[in-house]
Design a protein around this ligand. Sequence first.
Ligand code: NAD
Length: 267
Amino acid sequence: MKLKGKVALVTGSSQGIGQAIAIRLAEEGAKVVINYRSNPAGAEETLSKVQAAGGDCVLVEGFCDNDRGYSVGADLGMIDDVRRLIAEGIKHFGQLDILVNNAGIEKHAAFWEVSEADYEAVMNVNLKGVFFATQAMVKHLIETQRTGKIINVSSVHEELPFPNFTAYCVSKGGLKMLTRNLAVELGPLGITINNVAPGAIETPINTKLLNDPQKLGALLQNIPLNRLGQPQDVASLVAFLSSSDADYITGSTFFVDGGLLWNYHEQ
Ligand code: NAD
């Protein structure tokens, strides 16, 4: 229960990695603001799993578990919605301590065929949304004179090229510098910020890959630990970085990739 008394907001937590993070943070005692865009059923599923994960603790602590999970619909491409999302989380729980910028999308296209709409969609969710959600969170922490933790779900592609996904790589590369810059700027305020960078994780974002045995086999050969990652593999690292055990850690990227990144460099 390392996060007892903390409130965490996890963007894009209706499925995949975000859902696992929301559940894991609840298991560690945090109250969780669940965020979704287009999958209310998934958000409901997260909500009930968060409540189930927190149920025991609620009984022990003797308070109603209604306030352990809270769904807010928000399109992170819209700055007003990003601000509303943070504001609603604060309004519901009275505070925010942890922001996990998890929501992310990717669009496949050769560089010369990338449309402006697809470029904007990727950058708005993956970078601009993170930028302004973090800004709203930091303003809240400054106003309430509290410290806090920000964790961005980046990707091995903040380092590794990924042909035909240039906007995605640009967005995740941008996250790397956002985190380094803010570590310096926010450090004096006691606010830490770090990136968690998954490799290949079994989530809906990889549905196409998961259904292509040939591509999947080739990928697995590049992963020294010889398996895809699970959302929980990422969630456990986020839980650590959200906790006071990580108080002296800021501005870093931590890879959760079964060794994929270093194997790639060796080839
Ligand atoms: P996913 O597609 O299962 O989940 C993405 C989540 O983001 C969904 O819940 C979706 O609703 C949400 N989202 C997208 N646009 C949004 C918006 N405008 N507003 C609010 N929410 C929005 O994918 P995932 O694998 O769980 O991805 C989570 C994060 O992990 C992403 O940032 C992704 O880039 C990153 N990542 C995933 C992998 C992987 O292999 N799965 C690898 C590296 C990085």
